[in-house]
Design a protein around this ligand. Structure first.
Ligand code: HEC
Ligand code: HEC
Length: 188
C-alpha cells in the first residue's frame, strides 16, 4: 500500500510541467522515508533527527549528481538552496528513531565496540551516535541501510562531501561492517 502511494506520487512528480515547490514534494519524501521521517522501507534511511547540515549537504550532492541515486537525483535537481534548507530543517526537528526489539547480540556488540574504539567513530558521530554538523546520526538507523551505506563507501560507490569516510572505511572488513550495522541499529 505504502509503495503504491509512493509510486503514484512519483508519477505525479515526473509528469508535472512546472518545478514543484517544497510543499508539493514533501508528501513524496514522507511516503518513502516514513510519515514521521522513520523509514519502514528496506534500504531507505530514516531522516528524523538528522543534523540539518548533514541532510543539506546530501541533498546538495544529489542535486549536483555527485551522489548517484536516481530517484533522489530526480527529486533534487530543481530544488532551490532555500528548498534544501527547508527539508534539512524539517527532518532535523522530528524526534529521532528509537531502537526496539531484541538488544544486540553481546558478542557482535563487543566486536563492534572494539572497531569503533580503534577507528574513533565516536569522535565524529558523537559518543551516543546522535551525529552533529555534517556527520550523520547512526543510532537506531535501519540496519539494512547502514550495511548498504558502509559497503557503498568500501566499494567507492558513494563519494562523500569530502574523503573522510573513504579513509575511515579502508581498514574495515565486511565482517566489521556486519557487526557495526547490527550494533548501531540497536543502539538505545
Ligand atoms: C521513491 C523513494 C524516495 C523518495 C520519494 C525520496 N527518497 Fe530520499 N532516499 C531514498 C533512498 C532509496 C535513499 C538511499 C540511497 C542510497 O542507498 O544511498 C534516499 C536517501 C536520502 C537522503 C540521504 C540520507 C542518508 O542518510 O544518507 C536524504 C537526505 C533524502 N533521501 C531526502 C529526501 C527528501 C528531502 C525527499 C523528498 C524531496 C526524498 N528523500 C524523497 C528514497 C526516496
Ligand atoms: C573524521 C570524522 C569521521 C569518522 C572518524 C567516522 N565518520 Fe562516518 N561519517 C563522517 C562524515 C563527514 C559522513 C558523511 C560523509 C558523506 O558526505 O557521505 C559520515 C557518514 C557515515 C555513514 C553514512 C550514514 C548515512 O546516513 O548516510 C556511516 C554509516 C558512517 N559514517 C559510519 C561510520 C563508522 C562505523 C565509523 C567508524 C568505523 C565512522 N563513520 C567514522 C565522518 C566520520
Amino acid at each position: 500500500m505504502k509503495n503504491i502511494a509512493a509510486a503514484v506520487m512519483i508519477c505525479l512528480l515526473a509528469t508535472s510541467a512546472h518545478a514543484l515547490t517544497y510543499e508539493e514534494k514533501l508528501p513524496a519524501c514522507l511516503a518513502c522515508h516514513g510519515e514521521k521521517g522513520i523509514s519502514e522501507t528496506a534500504e531507505v534511511p530514516s531522516l528524523a533527527g538528522m543534523p540539518s547540515d548533514f541532510t543539506l549537504i546530501q541533498l546538495f550532492l544529489f542535486r549536483q549528481g555527485t551522489r548517484k541515486v536516481e530517484i533522489m537525483n530526480d527529486l533534487a535537481k530543481d530544488m532551490s538552496d532555500d528548498d534544501l534548507r527547508k527539508f534539512a530543517e524539517y527532518f532535523s526537528r522530528l524526534p529521532p528513531p528509537k531502537a526496539s526489539g531484541e538488544p544486540a547480540d553481546p558478542q557482535a556488540a563487543a566486536r563492534a565496540q572494539a572497531v569503533i574504539a580503534a577507528n574513533h567513530c565516536a569522535s565524529c558521530h558523537n559518543p551516543d551516535f546522535s551525529g552533529r554538523e555534517q556527520m550523520p546520526r547512526l543510532a537506531a538507523q535501519r540496519e539494512d541501510y547502514l550495511l548498504k551505506a558502509l559497503r557503498d563507501y568500501k566499494a567507492a560507490r558513494r563519494p562523500g562531501y569530502d574523503a573522510t569516510m573513504d579513509e575511515v572505511i579502508r581498514p574495515i572488513t565486511d565482517q566489521n561492517i556486519v557487526d557495526l550495522s547490527h550494533y548501531l541499529a540497536r543502539l538505545r
